[in-house]
Design a binder for this molecule. Structure first.
Ligand code: BGC
Length: 912
């Protein structure tokens, strides 16, 4: 819908609202966020974007104006002359990502803000509760601290972790205290014997040589008169093994710590404590810690009280000051990794081989906490596996060279509790070796970790297998959104594979709030991009610049586009624009004058259905067809994006380039009869979904596509085709085939792994074959989210919640549920930036019952399938007597509504 139509419709809704809204609607402004975060501290976005939600007991509520005020304290917000900034009353319906327009904020400055709104009846709300944000360190000169390190010998294996400490005293009353901290390697920070934060894997993983995050923690309440600070440093991604060559020290061979503590006293003075050469350092009980290999902890070497005051560090070495860069420090924009859930094992198994194995009942990512009692020097070895083999034995061949082993050496003092510090595993089964005594279920607890994104979506339906599939998709996302979107969490890989990330991004954005997560990661995509525009295969790039594959490198455009669609975020388009353009220009120069991209090395339709039977061949889609299709799609999107950010010249340029690519594509890959040279599901899905075909060939291509699905009776797609498959079948009117693919339980299908007991999404359609044997050990992850991209179709098509790209961020919502596949109900809830969106249908006897929730300050177009206006009721009254803006379109009724909760009912006889 174009902007004009939207305005007309909004006006119509406003008129309707006059009629139906209670003039006394009570609106409350809540859920204030800055840069997508609740009360963030230590941000460095100079003009943060502010968003709020409106809840209302009325319907058809729109915001007609807002007013924001910002002050130094919550109290000062009410005094006009104490405000730092007031937006004044702004006539606008914008309640998402409103840019702070006040004076420039200083390093470390905290400001409070609140907002009130006027609705479409010109009724003003109360001021919201205050929220705040706080700036981090904005200029490199403000970093007074020195990097410190401890020299350790060069090694290709993980070395003992470093323990740093220092003490300081204060003599005045503390008003506020902040610690700013980062490291080369991973750190855990302690103050007066206690951990400062439950954030994990800090400082996170970025393109370390160009962007290194520091964290900010509020430690006001932890500061006493005598204080001790301690930090443990481990190899992590910085110095540990990472990447294909199983390389050590990709980013550097020296661990280092940088810390600055700023204390403001109530008398107006302040003090700064920093890392420097007076700090002490030693090694301790963590003998080695590696992301791939696991951790070895010798409890006999524990250093009692090392991070508290009064500890005698006389035998510790002095830390050395090291000259590492400070001008690449950035505040985090994403969300921290945290432990979000604990899981109890469901069974202890003794395998045929006699192994002692705990079954956690869920393929999860994190580690286990173990309780153990034994003699000093007893050693318990914990190994981790995703699956048991055909005979029920512990199976780790698919972990390749990753050792995934934690070793705990007991100190022998009653009950001891161990959990690792700087490693994670992807596993369902835990094997214990050397456990003293007989372990019980309570001795092991699974600790689930991931980037702590808010869960925004749920999808359920009447089929328990599909519900399990949805669970598996969400678990796959949790396990693989660990500061960067990774391919898998268990083998010697765990890398930010760009192709996997882009195909899954829409599904990801239904399940969890990924706005901040992707904003951070996309900065690394741009940072690691090569000068010629090539995008590395993995981000952060630890494969030394290898890149430029079609459908992988296009992440540069597709993920920001997803963030724009789902969160209405224009800034990410602006900020990533140069990177997007560089990628399209790279394809353009590689493709050359014929506009066909036949060069380069590509992964193609990775892991597509394959056989060696000559009479029942698999499906291979030519790589240059895929490459040219993606070249077109990205160029077209770039043109659109250029238009959105106001770059008219580029909008025209890339639009015209995309037309040329389309022409070339048709000439080269499509017969005059609409058959594609690669006669595969993936090729047709690409051509139809990307709109690559001339009008007169679309029907014929759709027929070929449908016939291929019918002929096989199953999907044949890989990473590239799978996310488009059901969406495209539905778009050509073949819901029957899309549901057939969804419902299929034999290999290859989404439900086949579910019938095999999968609790996450598998990398391959036949990770475990029907006879119980496994796919090739070289590549067989049981936790790879890419095929989980079907989630987008479940939410968007089956349940029917969709964004309107012309009014992004769910400002205008498209509800369009689809009944099929024998389902008798489907329900989705989605927490949008405006509030909760709900779409839930069921067949109840002879009736179709459909319920939706449209949040305040949004509008929606609802398409009721197989309906006749006069048979539909809305909230128990005749539809046509209550809604003006409606029409019959084909077999559907289409209507426009404002915010509120609605229930529709009508005869279900045509819905199957
Ligand atoms: C990864 C993938 C990735 C692929 C490239 C694999 O090793 O696990 O998911 O996209 O390589 O084709």
């Amino acid at each position: 819908m174009n902007q004009r139509n939207y305005l007309i419709r909004t006006a119509a809704i406003l008129i309707l609202a006059m009629v139906s809204t209670s003039m006394l609607a009570k609106n409350t402004v809540k859920s204030l966020v800055a840069e997508y975060l609740v009360n963030p501290i230590g941000i460095d976005v100079k003009e943060p974007r502010l968003s709020w939600q409106i809840t209302s007991d009325g319907s058809n509520v729109l915001q007609s104006a807002y007013e924001i005020r910002v002050a130094d304290s919550p109290q000062a917000l009410a005094s006009k002359n104490k405000l730092i900034w007031s937006s004044g009353k702004v006539e606008s319906n914008q309640s998402v990502n409103v840019i702070y327009g006040g004076p420039a904020l200083k390093s470390m400055q905290r400001v409070y803000w609140q907002v009130r709104i006027w609705d479409n009846n010109n009724k003003v709300s109360k001021w919201s509760e205050p929220a705040f944000w706080e700036m981090g360190i904005l200029e490199p000169e403000s970093w007074e601290a020195s990097w410190i390190t401890m020299e350790d010998e060069k090694s290709v294996t993980s070395l003992p972790c470093h323990y740093y400490r220092n003490e300081f005293s204060t003599s005045k009353k503390v008003k506020s205290a902040r610690v700013y901290v980062t490291s080369h390697g991973l750190y855990q920070l302690f103050l007066n014997g206690k951990k400062v934060s439950d954030d994990l894997f800090t400082p996170g993983w970025t393109t370390y040589n160009k962007r290194l995050q520091y964290q900010t923690y509020d430690v006001t309440s932890q500061i006493g008169s005598e204080n001790a600070i301690g930090a443990i440093l481990s190899d992590g991604w910085y110095r540990g093994k990472i990447g294909w060559d199983y390389q050590n020290g990709y980013y550097g061979d020296q661990l280092a710590l940088l810390l600055q503590l700023e204390i403001n006293y109530t008398d107006g003075t302040s003090e700064t404590f920093t890392t420097g050469d007076e700090w002490k350092v030693a090694t301790g009980p963590i003998l080695s810690s590696s992301i791939y290999d696991g951790e070895t902890y010798d409890a006999r070497l524990e250093i009692e009280g090392w991070s508290a005051t009064g500890f005698d560090d006389g035998k510790w070495q002095n830390a050395e000051v090291t000259n590492q860069p400070k001008d690449i420090l950035v505040a985090p924009q994403g969300v921290p990794v945290k432990a979000t859930q604990e899981i109890k094992p469901i069974e202890i198994i003794t395998t045929l081989k006699g192994e002692l194995v705990f079954d956690m009942g869920q393929n999860m990512v994190g580690w286990v906490r173990m309780k153990v009692q034994g003699k000093k020097g007893d050693q318990v070895v914990l190994k981790f596996a995703e699956v048991l083999d055909k005979e029920g034995n512990f199976y780790t061949d698919n972990l390749r060279s990753a050792e995934c082993t934690d070793t705990y050496i007991l100190k022998g003092v009653g009950e001891e509790v161990f959990e690792p510090h700087f490693t994670f595993h992807g596993f369902r089964y835990v094997k214990l070796e050397g456990f003293p005594g007989i372990p019980e279920l309570e001795d092991i607890t699974g600790v689930v970790i991931h980037s702590d994104m808010d869960r925004t979506g749920t999808f359920t339906c009447s089929d328990p297998l599909i519900n399990q599939l949805q669970q598996n998709i969400q678990w796959g996302q949790r396990g693989n959104f660990l500061d960067v979107p990774t391919d898998c969490p268990q083998r010697d890989e765990r890398l930010g594979w760009t192709g996997d990330a882009q195909v899954f991004s829409m599904t990801a954005a239904y399940n969890f709030d990924v706005a901040a997560f992707y904003t951070k990661w996309m900065k690394d995509v741009a940072a690691d991009q090569l000068p010629n525009g090539k995008v590395p295969h993995v981000i952060p790039d630890v494969l030394r610049g290898d890149g430029g594959s079609t459908a992988w490198a296009d992440v540069t455009i597709i993920v920001p586009w997803t963030v724009y669609k789902i969160y209405g975020d224009k800034r990410i388009l602006d900020e990533q624009y140069a990177s997007m353009k560089a990628w399209v220009e790279y394809m353009k120069s590689d493709a050359g004058d014929d506009y066909l991209w036949t060069e380069g090395s590509h992964f193609g339709d990775w892991l597509a259905y394959a056989t060696i039977n000559s009479d029942y061949p698999g499906a291979t889609t030519e790589k240059d067809l895929i490459a040219t299709a993606y070249y077109y799609n990205s160029t077209k999107l770039l043109g659109k994006i250029a238009g959105i950010i106001g770059n008219k010249e580029d909008a025209e340029k890339y639009d015209s380039l995309s037309s040329k690519i389309k022409k070339a594509f048709v000439l080269e890959y499509v017969t005059p009869n609409g058959r594609l040279v690669s006669h595969t599901q993936t090729a047709y899905a690409l051509a139809l979904a990307f709109d690559l075909l001339p009008e007169n060939l679309k029907g014929k291509a759709a027929e070929y596509f449908a016939n291929d699905v019918k002929k096989f009776g199953h999907l044949t797609t890989g990473f590239v085709g799978t996310p488009l498959l059901c969406n495209t079948l539905s778009a050509i009117g073949r819901d029957d085939l899309a549901f057939m693919l969804l419902n299929r339980k034999e290999y290859p299908s989404w439900l086949y792994p579910v019938t095999k007991g999968a609790t996450t999404i598998w990398e391959r359609w036949d990770g475990q074959k029907p006879d119980g044997t496994f796919q090739d050990v070289g590549m067989n992850s049981f936790n790879h989210y890419a095929y989980g991209a079907i989630g987008e179709w479940l939410y968007g098509h089956v349940a029917g919640i969709n964004v309107d790209v012309e009014n992004p961020g769910y400002k205008h919502i498209l509800f369009s549920p689809h009944v099929g596949g024998g389902l008798t109900n489907a329900n989705a809830e989605f927490m949008s930036m405006y509030g909760e969106v709900k779409s839930s249908w069921k067949i109840e006897g002879q009736e179709f019952v459909y319920e939706i929730v449209i949040p305040a300050n949004t509008t929606a177009t609802v398409t009721l399938p197989e309906a006749k206006v006069e048979q539909v009721t809305i909230n128990s009254s005749a539809l046509n007597e209550n809604v003006d803006d409606l029409k019959e379109q084909g077999n559907a009724v289409v209507l426009n509504l404002g915010s509120g909760s609605y229930q529709f009912r009508y005869p279900a006889d045509k819905l199957k």
